[in-house]
Every structure is written in structure tokens, then in C-alpha cells.
Design a protein around this ligand. Structure first.
Ligand code: UN1
Length: 513
């Protein structure tokens, strides 16, 4: 299986991790190879030559050069390139989905789902170039035209995390490109092969359309090189997905030089189930939300706030559902098709899982379900349900693992307060058939998150809406709606077609000329 995937994606045991400009895949003087590990088996999959200092300079220089040409191509024509990428993604969906599973450990269904998310994003972005609308305003001055227009920014850097090693790049890169920017991708060093495979697809599409240098790749673990990417004046926008802690450092470094940043950081998402909730839909949503991607989505359900009257019923139903979760290698044996949860990404992630559970126990919490690291090779843990209190430090933090903290409430106001009482503000969800509760949850005094769902879970957002959150989640919005505006600069233009020079605000400044 692994061999087939690797051959198809042109991945050899040693791959270049740098791609820039017309020269394509670049050689590097860097000798410390980066090894990609399959978290399901702990076996190395392939090695990658990371970027050197010289590569960084070349990639940035090439991206700047390509920008001067690419930004002059009419926007609808730019959309053609993304349409081509979408076609290639469709053709390679199965292989790419398997590669995601292989390198991240997420189940094949979710790997394929991630590729589908990119295809959806490509379709969306291919149509957007005809809708980069600016407003026309009425001027207060006679024979004056007042309007705004949108121009590309320049070079955009996209820094992504391991958990969505392809799709999150596509949210940013496709929009940035149709807006006329060139894009430098720095993927997670845990998922370099996913990035290399996507870069091959971009290369093919660029060749088919007669372009080069619109998408480039810079794989590195070197802190110094990463820092330079942030502080480089040529990078107009840095889009970052990852922890709030790193997001904070990025915001600081980029704003020091008055650069722009777009953050999609940690979430700490809650589901509220009131006593009118339809548990036949709430339970599967909670289970998918908390164990999907082994609890490693920024939208994963981390907290469950249950009306006290249905607490035991909900816990029993959840435990019953959890008992059916088969844990294992997502690309293992044929009969393993029903595997619903793969491994965590690394040993470090397993340690974080154990540390969180220890801390909960220390605080007096109760592990209701799971709680064990599974023996043998692969970074496997049991999904856990834990009785906890919202204000505990550990509950206030995002632990990237399948741990669900449960707590109870009496009144909907209390539930909404609990849901909001964390530093993060990404996703939230209410299961209810009480329209007063629903309206309260959606009112401005309700959920304080960027995403507020009713009768559907916290994860699995569609690309059509703007994705992102408030507070320590960083405030950014990516993917759908008008997220394209992040990748452009707005220009307000006043055009005087009279023979006079009337000043605004009625100011009289007459001169004898
Ligand atoms: C992420 O975890 O960074 O809404 C992105 C979701 C997916 C994207 C998650 N569409 O769960």
C-alpha cells in the first residue's frame, strides 16, 4: 500500500523539500535529513532534504519575480489555474487521501474528506475572481467619482499544521493566488510528504497553464530560517495555523515590521445539550467531534456541557458509542476497514494526553471512559470521557488528544457562560429543540465563538463559510464568504471629472492663481 502511494506521488526515499520559481525543485546544502514517520507503525516513510539559508533567499526572490508577472494576469484567467489544480485533485483523490492517512494517522475516510475539502475550495476559488467586488460610493462633491478597488498584496507565506496537512494550505493558497499573489508554503515538518505531493500537482497545473513560481514550497525545521520568513519585508502576509502560543509569537514578529498576519489558532470547543436535545443526533455528533482525527482538529469537541436531568442518559449513550470505536492502523489490513480512530501524531502527543489525564485526576476529576495509552508500536491511546470542572487549568487549555471533559448545568444562561469561559473562541454547538435556547445561544450575548452551530457538531465546517475564531483563536477568517479580502489591499479612489477643485467637508481654501 505504502509503496503504491509513494510511487504515484513521485516520492522517492529522499526528496527535495524546496521548490521555487522556474527552476522547480531546488538542491540544498542542508545535510540533516528530515524523516517522515508513519504514526501508526512508527516506521520511517521517506526522507526529505530541508531548505538551506540560500534556498530561502532564492525562493523569496523567485516569488517576488513571479508576482510581477502573475499579478498582471486578469483575475478570471488566474482562476483557470486553480480550476486545473481542482481537476488534478479529483483525479488523485484516492492516492492523496491515502497519503494523508499514512503520514498523519487519520482514517482513510477523513483523509479522502480532506482532499474533498481542497476540491471544494478549488471550485470556490476558481469562481471567486469574477467577484472581487469593490464598492462605488456617492461623492459629496459634484462630478466626482468615489469608489474602492482591490489589489493583490505581493508574496504571501502560508504556515500550516500537521493535522490538516493539505486542506488548510488550499484555503489560503487558492484565494491568495486568484487575488494575484504568489505563495510560499511552509508545511509542518511532521507532514512533508503531503506538501511535496501537493506541490507536484501545483507544478503540473502551472506547466499546463504556462506559468511558474506562483506556488513554492519551503520545508524546514530550522528556527532561524522560519524566523527570517516572518521578519522578511518581502512577505506581505503571513497566514498561520497552529497553537495560540506560536500564533502570538508570529503576530509579534510580523507586526514589528507592520506586516499583515492571519491567524487560525487553538480552539476549546464545547457542545451544550439541553433537556430537549434529540440525543439520536447529538450523540453521533459528539463522538465524531471528540474522536474524529483522534481529537486533533482545532474544531474537535473538547467539552460537553449537559443538562443535569439527562446527564446519566447522555453518559450511558456516549459510553455505548465509544465501546464501538475500533482503534488501529487506518491503512492496515483489509478487514480493518471499520477503524474509526487512528493513532496520535507522535510520542510527544501521547505524553501530552497522559499528562492531561494525570492533571485531571490530581484535581479530583473522574475518568469515566478510557484513559489508557495502548501498548505496542504506534501512538495509540483510548478515547477518554472525563468528569471535570471548567475552570481547571487543564480544561482551559487545548490538548490535541481525544479527551472529552464533561460537566453539567441547570439553566441555559449558565451553559452559555461555561461555554464562553475559556481563553479560546473557535467553535461551539448547541443541541436543542427549544427555540428560546437556540436564539439565546445565537444572540450577541450568546456564543462568543467564530462558529456557532445548532443541532450539528463543532467540527466539520464547510468551506463556503468564513472559518476562524475569536480571542486566543486569533481573529482570522479563512476559506469561504469574503475571506478573499485578507489577501488583497483595498484602495479608495476619488476621481474629479469637473473643472473645479471643491474640497470635502465644504472647506473654502480659495487662492488667486
Ligand atoms: C483544523 O483543524 O485546523 O471544520 C481545520 C473542520 C475542518 C477543518 C479543521 N473542515 O473540522
Amino acid at each position: 500500500m505504502e509503496k503504491v502511494i509513494l510511487e504515484h506521488c513521485h516520492i522517492l526515499p529522499v526528496n527535495s523539500g524546496v521548490y521555487g520559481g522556474p527552476e522547480g525543485w531546488l538542491p540544498s546544502e542542508e545535510t540533516d535529513l528530515l524523516v517522515s514517520i508513519n504514526p501508526a507503525t512508527e516506521q520511517p516513510i521517506a526522507q526529505v532534504i530541508p531548505a538551506s539559508q540560500a534556498n530561502l533567499d532564492t525562493v523569496i526572490e523567485q516569488a517576488q519575480k513571479s508576482f510581477s508577472h502573475w499579478s498582471q494576469i486578469p483575475a478570471p484567467k488566474r482562476g483557470e489555474l486553480i480550476r486545473k489544480i481542482g481537476i488534478l485533485l479529483r483525479k488523485n483523490k484516492d492516492y492523496l487521501g491515502s497519503l494523508i492517512s499514512l503520514e498523519t494517522g487519520k482514517i482513510k475516510e477523513e483523509g479522502d474528506g480532506e482532499v474533498q475539502e481542497m476540491i471544494d475550495m478549488a471550485d470556490f476559488a476558481a469562481g471567486q475572481p469574477r467577484m472581487l467586488y469593490g464598492k462605488t460610493m456617492h461623492s459629496e462633491r459634484a462630478r466626482h467619482r468615489l469608489y474602492e478597488q482591490w489589489h493583490p498584496l505581493g508574496v504571501v507565506s502560508v504556515i500550516t499544521a500537521f493535522n490538516f496537512p493539505m486542506a488548510v494550505w488550499s484555503w489560503n493558497a487558492f484565494l491568495a493566488a486568484i487575488c494575484g499573489n504568489t505563495v510560499i508554503w511552509k508545511p509542518s515538518s511532521k507532514t512533508p510528504l503531503c506538501a511535496i505531493a501537493v506541490q507536484h500537482i501545483c507544478e503540473k497545473a502551472m506547466q499546463l497553464c504556462g506559468y511558474s513560481g506562483i506556488f513554492s514550497l519551503l520545508i524546514t525545521e530550522d528556527k532561524n530560517i522560519s524566523q527570517q520568513l516572518l521578519s522578511h519585508k518581502a512577505i506581505s502576509l503571513v497566514s498561520f495555523t497552529g497553537s495560540s502560543r506560536t500564533g502570538h509569537l508570529i503576530a509579534e514578529a510580523v507586526s514589528k515590521r507592520f506586516g499583515r498576519y492571519l491567524l487560525e489558532c487553538s480552539g476549546n470547543n464545547a457542545v451544550i445539550t439541553d433537556k430537549t436535545a434529540d440525543l439520536n443526533i447529538a450523540i453521533p455528533a459528539i463522538v465524531f467531534g471528540s474522536i474524529g482525527t483522534t481529537g486533533q482538529r482545532c474544531t474537535s469537541t473538547r467539552r460537553l456541557i449537559i443538562h443535569h436531568s439527562i446527564y446519566h442518559q447522555v453518559i450511558d449513550m456516549l459510553a455505548h458509542a465509544y465501546r464501538q470505536i475500533l482503534i488501529g492502523n487506518p491503512l492496515g489490513l483489509e478487514e480493518d476497514k471499520k477503524i474509526l480512530m487512528g493513532p496520535l501524531i507522535s510520542e510527544e502527543a501521547v505524553n501530552q494526553y497522559s499528562k492531561a489525564l494525570l492533571e485531571v485526576e490530581k484535581m479530583g476529576g473522574e475518568i469515566i471512559y478510557g484513559g489508557r495509552v495502548l501498548p505496542g508500536t504506534g501512538y495509540y491511546v483510548e478515547p477518554s470521557i472525563v468528569r471535570a470542572e471548567n475552570h481547571w487549568d487543564i480544561v482551559q487549555k487545548e490538548t490535541f488528544a481525544p479527551i472529552l471533559y464533561v460537566m453539567t448545568f441547570n439553566h441555559i444562561n449558565e451553559a452559555i457562560l461555561l461555554q464562553n469561559s475559556v481563553p479560546q473562541g473557535l467553535s461551539s454547538s448547541l443541541f436543542s429543540n427549544d427555540f428560546r435556547h437556540i436564539e439565546k445561544f445565537l444572540a450577541s450575548s450568546g456564543s462568543d465563538c467564530g462558529i456557532a452551530n445548532v443541532n450539528t457538531g463543532t467540527s466539520g465546517a464547510e468551506i463556503g463559510g468564513a472559518f476562524g475564531g475569536e480571542k486566543e483563536t486569533g481573529g482570522g477568517r479563512e476559506a469561504g464568504s469574503d475571506a478573499w479580502k485578507n489577501y488583497m489591499r483595498r484602495q479608495t479612489c476619488t476621481l474629479n471629472y469637473s473643472n473645479q477643485l471643491p474640497l470635502s467637508q465644504g472647506i473654502d481654501f480659495s487662492l488667486d492663481i
